[in-house]
Ligand binder design. Structure first.
Ligand SMILES: [Zn+2]
Length: 58
């Protein structure tokens, strides 16, 4: 089972999806995506909690 984050679940108008084998890895990939695709350079605790809440198992 993979950990998956759909960018649109975070409120972005974006079809981006990141997948990894652990919560830690998928969070890291999501942070990189947010930075490169959306210019998010700083992840607040609030955002981290939100990202965690939208992690799906697929
Ligand atoms: Zn995105």
């Amino acid at each position: 089972m993979e950990k998956v984050i759909h960018c649109k679940d975070l409120g972005f108008d974006c079809e981006g999806v990141v997948r990894a084998n652990s919560d830690q890895e998928v969070m890291k990939l999501a942070a990189e995506h947010a930075k490169s695709a959306h210019g998010v350079t700083e992840l607040t605790n609030e955002m981290v909690e939100k990202v965690k809440s939208v992690i799906r198992d697929e």
